[in-house]
Design a protein. Structure first.
Length: 62
């Protein structure tokens, strides 16, 4: 759904995401709550695909 947070910074992750419809934004939020959009992924795109395969236990972005 629009505005829904799928994964949050600090989450444990062991799966990948595939965008079936719409778009997903990868964001980083600073200490003051300011958000920076790092990427936008459209239909058939994937996100968080590297994290299950590397030694990163917690997600560094939302």
């Amino acid at each position: 759904k629009k505005g829904e947070i799928i994964l949050s910074e600090g989450d444990y992750i062991n799966t990948i995401g595939v965008v079936v419809s719409g778009a997903v934004q990868i964001i980083r939020e600073d200490f003051y709550g300011n958000r920076s959009i790092l990427a936008e992924i459209g239909v058939n795109g994937t996100f968080a695909e590297t994290f299950p395969f590397v030694k990163v236990e917690r997600l560094p972005v939302s």
